[in-house]
Design a protein around this ligand. Structure first.
Ligand code: ADP
Ligand code: MG
Length: 315
């Protein structure tokens, strides 16, 4: 595999709240190669958006390393950090909230070019028009305001905004979750086309396993702040190693491999609080196969085969 574009190594991020310490990320390691799509999936609250914020340098980490192009961005300051920022951009779940309602689409798209002193006014106008075409919108859209656009159009504008500075990586955090099914498919296909033509890498975050499978080269599954399974898409799909991944698949019939009969895996109980994660394997309170070992000792993330990692004593 190519040298990673982005690499998180043993990253922990704990939030100190009045109720106690939320272990949003606990020793999370993952990496993304240039042009690769890594899918990140797991139930709400497992830490996906915190991974996104770490990748975007929107939050500090408590422990661990975050490397972009080999350079440690967890500790970089000032110019180095500023220079690194355009390399990673984000597409949000709710572009209504990320697009300035008072600015025209053209002004919003032009803003990062002005901030980073790219080109003169004429260059910037033509780049805005080209980028709107690139996301299959009419260049006339530049004079409109966000409220005049549909949800799907706003999502395309947000993708165009993310592309303005030629990023190497785009973090998509639940980027299509709020869209209707038909619009969602169009936006997903647009993202796939952009990857093909521009060679961008994605960190593609979704709670929806079917969508993650459609988009990803590799898949990381998170549970209560930890990566529990990570591997090539087809390996995770057809040779699933973690009971939690199996349970997610069983719970999402549309995501299930058509030719595969899955054992009926029913997740027991509620998702435990990240304020007080279970001892041993964090999944043991909901795992039908849990043994004494699972309750008492925390499994490490171990390699199975060439590139397939799992955090389970029973795998
Ligand atoms: P996901 O995106 O998978 O739903 P998040 O990364 O948003 O998960 O959250 C992980 C955990 O961290 C959750 O328990 C959430 O409540 C908590 N959390 C996230 N941000 C903060 C914050 N700023 N302060 C306190 N707790 C937070
Ligand atoms: Mg989230």
């Amino acid at each position: 595999m190519n040298a990673p574009l982005l690499a998180l190594h043993e990253v922990s991020r704990h939030y100190h709240t009045q109720a106690g310490v939320v272990r949003a990320l606990d020793r999370v390691s993952l990496d993304i190669a240039p042009g690769e799509t890594l899918g990140l999936v797991g139930e709400s609250g497992c830490g996906k958006s915190t991974v996104a914020r770490v990748a975007m340098r929107l939050t500090d980490v408590d422990e661990g390393e975050v490397r972009l192009d080999g350079e440690d961005i967890a500790t970089a300051h000032g110019r180095a950090l500023q220079a690194g920022r355009p390399r990673v951009q984000m597409v949000f779940q709710d572009p209504a909230g990320s697009l300035n309602p008072r600015a025209t689409i053209g002004q919003t798209l032009e803003a990062p070019l002005i901030v980073h002193r790219r080109g003169n006014a004429g260059d910037r106008q033509s780049r805005v028009a080209n980028m709107l075409r690139g996301v299959r919108l009419h260049p006339d859209m530049a004079s409109r305001h966000p409220h005049e656009l549909s949800g799907g159009q706003r999502q395309r504008v947000d993708i165009a905004r993310a592309l303005m500075l030629d990023p190497a990586l785009i973090v998509c955090d639940e980027a299509v979750s709020a869209l209707d099914v038909s619009v969602r498919a169009q936006v997903l296909n647009l993202l796939l086309d952009l990857r093909e033509t521009l060679g961008i890498a994605y960190l593609f975050i979704s709670h929806d396993l079917a969508v993650v499978r459609h988009m990803s080269d590799r898949i990381a599954v998170m549970y209560l702040g930890q990566v529990v399974e990570l591997g090539p898409r087809d390996a995770v799909w057809h040779h699933t190693l973690h009971p939690y991944t199996r349970a997610l698949m069983a719970a999402a019939p549309s995501a299930r491999p058509a030719n595969r009969r899955l054992p009926r895996v029913v997740m027991e109980g509620e998702l435990p609080s990240p304020l007080d994660p279970p001892s041993g394997c964090r999944f043991h309170t909901r795992c039908a196969q849990a043994t004494y070992l699972c309750r008492s000792s925390e499994p490490a993330l171990r390699l199975h085969g060439a590139d397939h990692w799992v955090r389970c004593h029973l795998a």
